[in-house]
Ligand binder design. Structure first.
Ligand SMILES: [Zn+2]
Length: 266
């Protein structure tokens, strides 16, 4: 098992050996530099998908590409807004072009199966656009056998787990920014980077059913989080880590026709 399946940590002959037959799934984590309240650092959205990608890659014999550490502009109703201190973002077309280029480059080296592992909601449509452009341009080059799975790790938290994690009611993923999900995962993985004593407890943010630009800063809770991390715990983080990792592994096994036993036999 490859415990550190990071493509950038390999000498080129090892990378080449893994890439050339096109079978190795390439996982590309996408995050952002974005404020996550008073109690967590700015790279939560990078750390979490990178760790999911690492765990999944170890089970599907994949490689993890270097993570995207900047993402699309934070939106007020799901990330607090791009006006918040600490949030440093890319323009949409910059992100689209960077991801398109990276997919095409890994494909040039032989990669045919890709998983985009998103950790920042605002990246979503730009990922889809980058994937579409990459596939189109690869087709122009005669490469027609590339398959790309696009996923956000939180979508693998099933209803049963949601009921366990949010016994008082689920506020919805949009206002989870800096709340129970991300804080619990960070407590499970990087407890030294969480200062729970500085967490601000407040009701989940509510917004009108429209956006306004320039943003109205008063819409965002002053903490920067959109719901309270008060009920976060390491145990909840470990549960979600397991559920989401298993779900992503299953999805990649299905989509890339990897038999669960093949890994151990390899
Ligand atoms: Zn986040």
């Amino acid at each position: 098992m490859t415990e550190r399946p990071f493509a950038a940590e390999m000498p080129w002959p090892d990378f080449h050996a893994r890439m050339k037959d096109g079978k190795t799934p390439i996982l590309i984590p996408l995050g952002s530099m974005e404020q996550h309240g008073h109690h967590m650092p700015l790279h939560v959205d990078v750390l979490l998908p990178t760790e999911f990608a690492r765990r999944v890659a170890a089970r599907v014999d994949g490689l993890v590409a270097p993570s995207f550490t900047y993402g699309y502009k934070s939106q007020q109703k799901c990330g607090g807004g791009n006006h918040m201190p600490g949030t440093v973002s890319l323009e949409g077309q910059t992100l689209v072009h960077q991801l398109r280029d990276v997919i095409k480059e890994f494909a040039r080296h032989g990669g045919r199966n890709f998983a985009i592992v998103n950790g920042h909601y605002e990246n979503s449509w730009f990922i889809n656009e980058a994937v579409d452009l990459a596939l189109r341009e690869l087709r122009w080059d005669g490469v027609t056998d590339v398959k790309i799975v696009v996923l956000s790790y939180w979508d693998f938290v099933n209803q049963e787990t949601i009921d366990k994690i949010y016994p008082d009611g689920f506020p919805g993923w949009a206002v989870e920014h800096g709340g129970v999900l991300e804080t619990s995962l960070m407590l499970a993985l990087y407890p030294d980077l969480v200062q729970l004593q500085r967490a601000v407890d407040h009701p989940a943010a509510t917004f009108p059913p429209y956006d306004v630009y320039p943003v109205k800063p008063e819409w965002t809770p002053s903490s920067g989080t959109l719901s309270s991390p008060k009920n976060a715990s390491r145990e909840k983080g470990e549960l979600m880590l397991r559920i989401c990792t298993d779900g992503i592994v299953q999805a990649l096994q299905d989509e890339f026709s990897i038999s669960p036993g093949a890994r151990a036999a390899a």
